[in-house]
Design a protein around this ligand. Sequence first.
Ligand SMILES: Cc1cc2nc3c(=O)[nH]c(=O)nc-3n(C[C@H](O)[C@H](O)[C@H](O)COP(=O)(O)OP(=O)(O)OC[C@H]3O[C@@H](n4cnc5c(N)ncnc54)[C@H](O)[C@@H]3O)c2cc1C
Length: 277
Amino acid sequence: MYDVIVIGGGPAGLQAALTIGRMHRSVLLLDSGEYRNATVEHAHNLLTNDGRDPAELRRIARDELAAYPDVEVRAAAVTAVSGSLGAFEVSTGEATERAARLVLATGMRDELPAVPGLAEQWGRRVAQCPFCHGHEFAGRRIGILIEGEHAAMIERMLRPVVASAYLARPADVVAVTDAGDGLQLQLADGSVEQVAGIFTAATSTQRAPFAVQLGCRLLPSGGVEIDGLGRTTVPGVYAAGDMAHTPAVPGPMVSLAAAIAAGQLAGASAVRDAIMP
Ligand SMILES: Cc1cc2nc3c(=O)[nH]c(=O)nc-3n(C[C@H](O)[C@H](O)[C@H](O)COP(=O)(O)OP(=O)(O)OC[C@H]3O[C@@H](n4cnc5c(N)ncnc54)[C@H](O)[C@@H]3O)c2cc1C
């Protein structure tokens, strides 16, 4: 019986485990190793680690966790979760573990527009977040393959950063190909555009079904509803990272820094709530 089981070993879950372990509460972190930014070689906008490989960040975090005897990290995919406050059960293929509380940090899954070649460049020359990857295209021409008003917003946001932007609907692009120092867009009308990189919009859904299975309320964005302390609507269940946000904002702040902060909050709340009358 653990004090807390953390499901998910991205930045949110790793930080939650660190916070709980430092308070000498037993915590098991289960991680299936399917990271949202798996294709990224350089993550940006993270103080003291700007430009670091996210895999390296996770490795350092796991090394740090190893120093805490109350923290156990296991590479395992959770297949089922059940129970309630004080008596949750978490099953992997091989074992069923029990905990008083749960922190869900299972992240989101992205589906890209169906443009051939786009997925191969995801996280490298194709990105979604201007804060994470805009500066890398400074002074160069970019493509924006996004439907609707969101395209104009991204263009306005990046205007001081890039030289110019070519806007197109994903449906108008036949293929994206590597052009050495950039990308080539092949358009349905036969023309070709050269850009340094592309911003697009993925459709994001919960990577794991556990929040829904436990009865946690979802927000219109598809995110799990949490309060200002990382608590879901189900007692004893906390959520952190890209998968959750408060109703005060339209969606999660998708970033490593925000996921780390949310993981810390959820972990601290799980410790704090356990001693509250
Ligand atoms: C292409 C791309 C580039 C990005 N670049 C940047 C950047 O430069 N800077 C920045 O700040 N942010 C960047 N981000 C955003 C950043 O990666 C996310 O905000 C961050 O990873 C969210 O962390 P998380 O812990 O919530 O989720 P994740 O990192 O997705 O981790 C979720 C974890 O849950 C685990 N999991 C899921 N299901 C199960 C299960 N059934 N059993 C056990 N474990 C499970 C997964 O294996 C994974 O370890 C980028 C995102 C993308 C997609």
